[in-house]
Design a protein around this ligand. Structure first.
Ligand SMILES: *Cc1c(COP(=O)(O)O)cnc(C)c1O
Length: 408
């Protein structure tokens, strides 16, 4: 998305604001489907926790995507955005049996990731097909906060417990129609991913009535210059080949599913903020923006890197700045960054702000969550209004303790 479009959106609306490039989302979607074009039954289920605005969901639906959800509320958002229940998969972790039952009763495919729930569910509902999430114990990437396939992870049923799964299935006569894994957020080495896929194929071969195999996500996108990203094309070629040969042995053309979040929306997002103040100290030049970790917490939460560009002065001489927010705690967006010379009032754009940015925003410091704008096919659509004071207080109950409080 070019700077002048971002600038015109920033001028038309108020900063801070999230802007998403729908054309980039579509490009990423097509890149993935093209890489797997030889698969007859390919299903992309967009992991909507990355960015869950219902107009983004609607855009995903228009491209042919399904939906991956982790809470009953996300399921409801999907239904509201027009998804059919059969195009939604529910892959929660550690939620109650009650929530799983409710989602299943809506006709959504459920994915179970622990043995006790599997046993309870199978005992009660032999007729509802269930997918199982396994943990292949493959370490993808080095950051243990985002690698969820390794030995100490809370996600999935360990592959060492397959005999126990089979025992439950035999005893309850339940129907397992899919197997699933989601190893983490950083597939850098295709061979490591293919190794995990082999474990999933091995698991799949133990069930004789599957409809699909779900390889989760973990596609890495570049955050800064020189970053390695997942080579989707290479993955598509190698995994498709292996998938075809597996289906042949299995005796059925299964569906191949993925659940990308970040891959589809991360690079499409820009968070625009205005510089309130430039502050020079003895060692640093701070650029202080009209936002904080109430709006974008990833850098402070897990050290993620977001490129920062000055769209008001993109060709200016570069200087070093530490970009911070207005929250009354340390909230550094970027430390010692080279940015084109900043003046007070300039608009800074944070890149890679599509995934896990707005969805993690809060009202900390009693600030409003910002508006969201979608730029698609040369048009801008406001898809969320900025909050108002009424939104802040609407669920709060004011009790006047200066009056006598009666006890009933
Ligand atoms: C979060 C999540 C995803 C998406 O992960 P990305 O790294 O954003 O692609 C996929 N599947 C499950 C089960 C998830 O919880």
């Amino acid at each position: 998305m070019n700077h002048s479009i971002l600038k015109s959106i920033a001028e038309k609306h108020k900063c801070p604001i999230y802007v998403y490039d729908g054309n980039k989302i579509k490009k990423q979607y097509e890149r993935l489907t093209n890489a797997f074009s030889s698969i007859k039954n390919l299903r992309i289920n967009y992991a909507c926790k990355a960015l869950s605005n219902i107009s983004i969901l609607s855009l995903m639906r228009s491209m042919g995507s399904g939906l991956d959800t982790v809470s009953i509320q996300e399921v409801q958002l999907g239904l509201k955005a027009g998804f059919k229940a059969e195009n939604i998969i529910f892959t929660p972790n550690g939620v109650s049996m009650n929530e799983i039952e409710k989602v299943a009763s809506l006709g959504v495919q459920i994915n179970i990731d622990n043995l006790t729930i599997l046993e309870q569910f199978g005992t009660k509902y032999q007729d509802i097909p269930v997918c199982i999430r396994i943990n292949p114990h493959v370490m993808a990437g080095g950051n243990s906060n985002i690698s969820v396939g390794h030995i100490d992870s809370k996600f999935g049923i360990s592959i060492h417990q397959i005999p126990h799964i089979l025992r439950i299935v035999e005893n309850t006569k339940m129907h397992i129609n899919g197997v699933h894994m989601h190893t983490g957020s950083d597939i850098l080495d295709i061979e490591v991913f293919l190794h995990a896929a082999e474990i999933l194929f091995e698991t799949a071969s133990k069930f004789n009535d599957l409809d699909f195999i779900d390889f989760g996500s973990g596609f890495k996108v570049p955050y800064k210059f020189g970053d390695i990203e997942t080579n989707i094309e290479e993955l598509g070629e190698k995994l498709s080949k292996r998938f075809h040969s597996f289906c042949k042995t299995y005796g059925k053309d299964l569906e191949l599913a993925f659940e990308p979040g970040k891959f589809l929306v991360s690079e499409a997002g820009y968070f625009l903020t205005k510089v309130n103040a430039i502050k020079q100290t003895t060692s640093t030049v701070f650029a202080q923006v009209d936002s904080g970790f109430n709006h974008l917490i990833r850098p402070m939460l897990y050290g993620s890197h977001h490129e920062i560009i000055n769209i008001s002065n993109p060709k200016g001489k570069e200087r070093f700045y530490t970009v911070v927010g207005y929250i009354c705690e340390t909230d550094t967006f970027g430390n010692n960054r080279k940015i084109s010379e900043i003046s007070e009032g300039d608009i800074l754009a944070f890149k890679n702000s599509g995934a896990y940015c707005f969805t993690m925003a809060s009202n900390y410091n009693s600030r409003y969550r910002p508006a969201e704008v979608l730029w698609y096919k040369e048009k801008s659509f406001e898809i969320r209004k900025e909050e108002t004071f009424d939104d802040l207080v609407q669920n709060q109950i004011l009790i006047d303790f200066s009056k006598k409080v009666s006890v009933n």
